[in-house]
Design a protein around this ligand. Structure first.
Ligand code: NAD
Length: 489
């Protein structure tokens, strides 16, 4: 496990010697210390990335050449997948099978953007002009030095969603993982080094968001900030980026609804809701956190959900059979419990779950189902980011759509019904960037990901993810001998 910073192709100890403890959320054991970068390291990393972009080979390689490096990184992740998955689970708490899933996806993301890098070669769009005296074309070029700031819920996967398209486009990058989960992101540096990535192309700085994260965002030599995390930090990054017109993309929070009509297959509804809210301990930006059930099905579905939620095996993510691990850290644990207490104070009923006391150590919350919350209660309105779902009945389709959209967030939404036309109608009425029909949460590297409203700006994944790291240049040529000279007229 790394305890240094990756800057300009070198592993460097933090100048001021600062470190952060790495705590296993299942046992509360401190099992490692990572380096905590400061402002000086942020500056050194930006300078290295700037030099690699302005004078190094990376942006000047063909897409095919860059693709070779990306595929080597994908293979490097796959070669170490079992070891990295255990590291991710110890760091984050999630069940091992989910870590393995995330890391396979991360490797797939590098392969996907390797293919898109190749497609960039020779990608020139000829523009048809009304004025035949000129011909124009549009070319796409890497936009420069990008900073990636990522959260703790999918540590290596969220990093890959940014690093892979940035490198595919020809940008250079500084990656700042979340302070609680930096281990696999630092290993990405080891893998990139082994893949022979030129120095300065990828730099990785662990450390506090308020220190090194802020220094990177404030740095005038950075061209773009790609951020995934909370709304308040996203808003701060947007304000800081405005100073020198940095490009930004923001993937923020959500409070995603799932509308279940009474003609749905109840067992399928149970399965997708359970997955939607209890997967990754509910620490998912798109989590199915508000369930709206058509009145005739409400009580039966609620009863089945409670029954299944109580059966979920809670335990250390490293243990076989665990379906729900601990929350990521003490702060998140305290936050989620505070939300549950507040929900009760504001009139909600806990149908099942709440605090879990099955272990002496660790940050455990049982799968929790809340009912009877008011529409203006915090539980219904605010992102909880834990294994807590709010469920309520509705009478009409129009009411369900209104309740679903009545949120400052607009990341994801889902609908289930046996009536396809109704599903399509509701899907188009949702004000959300990701809509699932008859399912919830499956995520694909090829498809756009991002939110409406306060859930963010821009889209990641697919070809949209690559667009985040490209500028478009118009090149126009005069092809006529006709005099232009407007001043002679
Ligand atoms: P957070 O905003 O606290 O931290 C995210 C990252 O920002 C971390 O790396 C942190 O160190 C850094 N940071 C903190 N302060 C900073 C500052 N002043 N300047 C620069 N960087 C700073 O979020 P979190 O608690 O790690 O993650 C949870 C949030 O992320 C939730 O709101 C969740 O919905 C959101 N999220 C969104 C998506 C998505 O795709 N939309 C995915 C995962 C998580």
């Amino acid at each position: 496990m790394q305890n240094k910073l990756f800057i300009d192709g070198q592993w460097i100890a933090p100048i001021e010697g600062n470190t952060l403890p790495v705590i296993d959320p299942a046992t509360e054991e401190i099992f490692h210390h990572i380096a905590a970068a400061g402002v000086a390291e942020a500056d050194a990393a930006v300078k290295a990335a700037r030099e690699a972009f302005d004078n190094g080979p990376w942006p000047r390689l063909s897409g095919k050449e860059r693709a070779g490096y990306l595929r080597a990184i994908a293979q490097g992740i796959r070669d170490r997948l079992p070891e990295l998955a255990r590291m991710e689970t110890r760091d984050n708490g999630k069940p091992l099978a989910e870590s393995e899933w995330d890391l396979a996806d991360a490797a797939g993301c590098f392969d996907f953007y390797a293919d898109l890098a190749e497609e960039l070669d020779g990608e020139i769009e000829t523009i048809k002009l009304a004025d035949a005296r000129f011909v124009s074309k549009a070319v796409r070029e890497p936009l420069g030095v990008a900073v990636a700031i990522v959260p703790w819920n999918y540590p290596l996967l969220m990093a890959s969603w940014k690093v892979a398209p940035a490198l595919a486009a020809g940008c250079t990058m500084i990656l700042k993982p979340a302070e609680t989960t930096s281990l696999t992101a630092l290993e990405l540096g080891v893998i990139a080094e082994a893949a022979g990535l030129p120095k300065g192309v990828l730099n990785i700085l662990s450390g506090k968001g308020s220190v090194v994260g802020q220094a990177l965002v404030d740095h005038p030599a950075v061209d773009k900030v790609a951020f995934t995390g909370s709304g308040p930090v996203g808003s701060r990054i947007m304000a800081a980026s405005a100073r020198d017109i940095k490009r930004i993309s923001l993937e923020l929070g959500g409070k995603s609804p799932f509308i279940v009509f009474a003609d749905s297959d109840i067992e399928k509804a149970v399965e997708w809701i359970m997955f939607g809210i209890f997967w990754n301990q509910g620490q998912v930006c798109s989590a199915t956190s508000r369930v709206l059930v058509e009145a005739p099905l409400y009580l039966t579905l609620l009863e089945r959900l409670v029954e299944e939620a109580k059966k979920i095996t809670i335990g250390n993510g490293l243990d076989a059979g665990t379906l729900l691990g601990p929350l990521v850290n003490e702060g998140q644990y305290a936050d989620v419990l505070r939300h549950i207490d507040r929900a009760v104070e504001q009139g909600a009923t806990i149908a099942c779950g709440g605090r879990y006391d099955g272990f002496d150590k660790g940050f455990w919350v049982a799968p929790t189902i809340l009912t009877g919350m008011a529409l203006d209660s915090d539980a219904w309105v605010e992102e909880i980011f834990g294994p807590v779902v709010c469920i309520r009945p509705f009478e009409t389709e129009a009411e369900a759509i209104h309740l679903a959209n009545d949120s400052r967030f607009g990341l994801a939404a889902a609908v289930m019904s046996a009536d396809d036309a109704r599903c399509e109608r509701v899907a188009s009425a949702f004000r959300a960037g990701i809509v699932w029909i008859n399912c919830s949460q499956p995520t694909f590297t090829e498809a756009p990901w991002g939110g409406y409203k306060q859930s963010g700006i821009g889209r990641e994944l697919g070809r949209w993810g690559l667009d985040n790291y490209l500028e478009t240049k118009q090149i126009t040529r005069l092809v006529s001998d006709e005099p232009w000279a407007w001043y002679l007229k």
